[in-house]
Design a protein around this ligand. Structure first.
Ligand SMILES: [Zn+2]
Ligand SMILES: [Zn+2]
Length: 383
């Protein structure tokens, strides 16, 4: 037995001590325990992000596959439910298509235990290295297709699991290098090239192809607003948010996403046909929206409209409610401000709807608690 090796496994909780140990010559970072687990697998499974980072820095093999049931570090990360660790494994080069002894990939394992956020992270991962390929001149090119300075900001857009077009435009807007028509045009073309590659490569990836195509459409739209509109990207955000008078439904956004899907250049793709079948019969303004259908297809997120998502940008974890109607939520004041120009037209209507609902349910509770049935007195709405 190798004492330092055992200690390393035991000290997986103590980053400082592990750091000291990893400095010793006789400690192997990829040592295995009796089940074939590496320290990285242990740390990933226990959700210890700092420890994972430290081990990776010391050369831990993210694709070590000696586990008795064929589990990889990425599978353990997915099981832990920690999206940051899952992302870290992917970023370190974890293979996504390896299967364990029951034939499941990391994404399938995570889905099996209900860790859907990790599934989303795995399905949407696109390594920086794959993008950086386009920042070097290929073949006879004098200039690369993608200026290297654009790779970072573009990668951030690609990695977004929130496909809400408002959020995507905000990501473009926040980076001055990207928010420029010519730069966007270059990025858009690279997205279309990657889309094509995803379809034509041996293990075809329609999901990633659709995502790349969608991003290309959003970037194209940004470029055209920058060229043609005085209000630039703010104008585009406003168009995407503007609700129709009757119920505040953002018609422009819905039509934009439907058009993106229809313009997908590979008409034989199964995913395209599925999307069109789900969206085509739905009247604009009804559920499901094109955004929800596409988000579900690309990220695997189910029922994402029910949870706490920002009305403006679609970010998860929104908590700020409109103080008047209390019917819409936002991730922050900026998003609420951005939405007010259109929300103010329906806020009152929503407020009345809510008050009516509350009054009715209060009345119902009263009747139930007093036990008196007052059907004869109930006034029915005739509208
Ligand atoms: Zn927001
Ligand atoms: Zn309101």
């Amino acid at each position: 037995a190798n004492p330092p090796r055992q200690r390393l496994a035991l000290l997986i909780r103590n980053v400082q001590e592990a750091s000291r140990l990893l400095g010793c010559k006789d400690v192997r970072v990829n040592c295995l325990d009796e089940y074939g687990m590496t320290p990285l697998m242990h740390a990933a499974y226990k959700g210890k992000a700092d420890m994972c980072k430290l081990l990776l820095q010391h050369g831990a093999d993210v694709n070590c596959n000696e586990h008795e049931h064929g589990y990889t570090a990425l599978m353990f990360a997915g099981l832990s439910g920690k999206t940051d660790i899952t992302w870290m494994m992917l970023d370190a080069g974890a293979e996504t298509d390896v299967v364990n002894s029951v034939g499941r990939t990391a994404a399938q394992m995570a889905a099996f235990v209900g860790q859907h956020d990790c599934v989303t992270v795995i399905n949407n991962f696109f390594s920086r290295a794959r993008l950086d390929y386009y920042t070097k001149p290929q073949g006879l090119e004098k200039e690369p297709k993608l200026p290297p300075k654009l790779a970072g900001p573009l990668h951030k857009v690609i990695m977004s699991t929130n496909l809400n077009p408002v959020k995507m435009v905000m990501l473009v807007k926040e980076n001055p290098l990207l928010a420029e028509a010519e730069a966007l045009e270059k990025c858009r073309r690279v997205m279309e090239l990657i889309c094509e590659k995803c379809i034509k490569q041996q293990d075809m990836n329609e999901v990633l192809a659709m995502k790349m195509h969608y991003i290309s459409c959003v970037l194209g739209k940004c470029a055209s607003f920058l060229k043609d509109r005085e209000d630039k990207l703010d104008g585009l955000i406003k168009s995407m948010l503007k609700g129709r008078d009757s119920d505040g439904f953002p018609v422009y956004q819905e039509k934009f996403i439907r058009e993106c899907i229809r313009k997908f250049p590979f008409c034989d793709a199964t995913l395209l046909q599925q999307l069109v079948r789900s969206i085509a019969p739905v009247e604009i303004g009804n559920d499901p929206t094109a955004l929800s259908v596409m988000t579900q297809a690309i990220t695997g997120q189910v029922g994402f409209m029910d949870a706490e998502f920002c009305t403006s940008c679609g970010e998860k974890g929104a908590e700020k409610r409109c103080s008047i109607c209390k019917m819409v939520i936002y991730c922050g004041q900026a998003c609420q401000k951005m939405h007010w120009f259109t929300h103010k037209k329906v806020c009152k209507i929503l407020q009345e709807q809510r008050e009516k609902q509350e009054a009715e349910s209060a009345k119902l509770r009263m009747q139930q608690s007093t036990g008196t049935s007052s059907i004869s007195e109930t006034k029915y709405d005739t509208e």
